[in-house]
Design a protein around this ligand. Sequence first.
Ligand code: TXA
Ligand code: MG
Length: 344
Amino acid sequence: MKNTIVLQAKDLLQRKHQLLVKQAIQDGQLVIFPTETVYGIGANALDPQAAQRIYAAKGRPSDNPLIVHIAKLSDVNLYTASISEDAKQLMNAFWPGPLTLILPKNDRVPLATTGGLSTVAIRMPRHPIALKVIEMAGVPLAAPSANISGKPTATLFQHVMDDFNGIVDIIIDGGPSEIGLESTVVDVTGDTPILLRPGYVTRYMMEQVLQKPISDLSNTKPTGAVKSPGMKYTHYKPKGDVWLIDGPIEKMVDYYHAWERQHPHQFIAVICETEYQSYFPRRVRPLGSISNQNEIAHNLFSALRDMDAWGAELVLIHHLSDEGLGQAIMNRLVKAAGYHIVKL
Ligand code: TXA
Ligand code: MG
């Protein structure tokens, strides 16, 4: 076990703590920091050994590449071989912010960071602490989501402590993540941009900027070859089984009672919109209002993590709208359910 140092935002105003963070990164160590999407587990993106430490700490397969975080838009030129017109338009419109662009990498970026790929994922976050940490480090930070591989993503300081206290060197407490879902990932290496992971920046928003359609590979169920290595691994899964229930809430209530009658000793939990909370007798985790997708996104991973704290053996989740931000929300839920969808 390491002696993990916990810092608050105000600590970063002090020079001694700034130097501590800088030194840790330059020594190839791990620093967890908040971003506007989710918490990230960061290390020097230019140091192959530091990248290896991230994979080891997360238990992440090393062919699943890391996102390189920068604090200055023009730094994208330092780590890429070329930047398409589409990429330029998207970064001008959405950086700093929750958008990751896949670009051809140059020799400065080690293959350990890109999981052996010739492309690199780059994002300029807009969270002030994230930007400050990158600036203090003086190098770009490779930072995947700060969760043990396969578990729901960390969106609260407590989630980070649960997974990494005693494992990483420094954890910076930034409170609850504002958005709660990881960034949108778009491949802009070819003529047509390809959406690989939906997020807060929606496909529609990007098409408005580019004035042309982009293709969408984000909901493809993984079979053999995948464009983004992250697509082929288990994600976001609580310990119990998770089923998505696709149908009107009244039918879900009937299904719930029928299942409970047949399995009286099973711990069944429900995750649903706040308006439907009272439709179920017990063990319900409300996600947020039907009319507030931001609230639902913000609470999603906390709800999934609560299922383990409760000891749920079966989690029934009500299928939500997939309009707008709903595409990103449903993308995470479908994966959490391991593609198990019950149609009613
Ligand atoms: O919001 C976020 O993006 C957070 C915060 C910390 O910035 N980070 C994050 O990282 O979610 P991670 O590692 O959990 O997800 C990165 C995703 C993975 O699905 C990975 O496969 C994909 O981006 N990716 C990274 N580099 C890629 C590349 N060169 N080509 C295709 N996909 C790539
Ligand atoms: Mg992740």
